[in-house]
Design a protein around this ligand. Structure first.
Ligand code: ZN
Ligand code: ZN
Length: 288
């Protein structure tokens, strides 16, 4: 066992109205599981009531910043607690996010396309799965090109829209062009371990997509996307091995919005054991 190196880079707070547990409880799990730090990335406020039922309200943002600062204080010297954000991307939201991201110093900003939220679907759902997938991957490329994000979260989430119809080979040509555009921006992509709980039960993205990302040199950040404290760090050893299988030798995380890379072998040796499967809680696939 070497000294802690890894960060949990994606987790939530009750402010988003669909996560439970106080930030101190999430931090305690990160500490117990041998992490060096944890970055909170709760769902950002959005303008005009967009998707308001699953995120903090604009007037709660200062409370969020204060809440994470208090946890940072409480764990000083034991665990490095960081303020981050999971921001939704859709065309037109960029000026709002630019202002929001400048309000407080953020350590890690995730960009997410939540195809399943009603307000997004209203704007972009086209009536069939294949064209909805194409819009999703076009928005994924645009989100990288916006320059607003460090890491693109769960970057094949769309497969949960219709697991039986998901056909990787059908989308591969567009995905290749999407990943070319993302690679050109230098933005990282996430390997999100919560995918195993969704309607298509595998991490996001798939092993096939991870290989295409590695071929293009796209860095990967692991995140458990915990909405309950018990899921902090969940699945990291499996995720690290998936990265190895795709040909990666390094895993990344962000501190003060600068990418840090460590060897996967070192990361694996810091994590003593896979968190017990008994900790998995069922979560509806419509959750964001
Ligand atoms: Zn999340
Ligand atoms: Zn969520």
């Amino acid at each position: 066992m070497i000294s802690p190196l890894l960060y949990e880079s994606h987790c939530h707070t009750p402010l988003c109205k669909h996560a439970v547990g106080e930030p101190d409880e999430y931090a305690a799990v990160a500490l117990a599981r041998g992490f060096k730090g944890i970055t909170f990335t709760c769902h950002c406020p959005l303008p005009d009531g967009f998707s308001a039922s699953v995120r903090m309200a604009p007037e709660e943002y200062d409370d969020y910043v204060a809440m994470i600062a208090a946890t940072r204080e409480a764990f000083a010297g034991r665990l490095d607690v960081r303020l981050g954000l999971e921001s939704d991307f859709y065309p037109g939201v960029e000026p709002w996010l630019e202002k929001l991201h400048a309000r407080a110093p953020l350590s890690h900003v995730l960009g997410s396309i939540h195809y399943q939220v009603a307000d997004y679907r209203k704007l972009y759902y086209t009536g069939d799965f294949l064209s909805y997938q194409k819009i999703y991957f076009e928005h994924l490329a645009l989100s990288a090109e916006s320059g607003l994000f460090d890491t693109l979260a769960h970057p094949d989430l769309i497969k949960n829209e219709s697991p039986l119809e998901w056909d990787f080979e059908k989308i591969r040509p567009q995905l290749a062009r999407t990943l070319d555009r993302i690679a050109a921006t230098g933005v990282a992509m996430e390997l999100n371990t919560s995918g195993v709980q969704k309607s298509l039960p595998e991490m996001n993205p798939s092993p096939s997509q991870l290989v295409m990302m590695r071929e293009r040199g796209i860095p990967v950040v692991i995140g458990a996307d915990a909405h309950v404290p018990e899921r902090v760090g969940d699945g990291y050893p499996t995720a690290l091995r998936l990265l190895q299988a795709a040909g990666y030798t390094e895993v990344s995380f962000f501190l003060d919005r600068k990418r840090q890379a460590i060897s996967i072998l070192d990361a694996l040796s810091q994590l003593e054991s896979e968190p017990s499967d008994g900790l998995h809680l069922a979560s509806p696939s419509l959750m964001v």
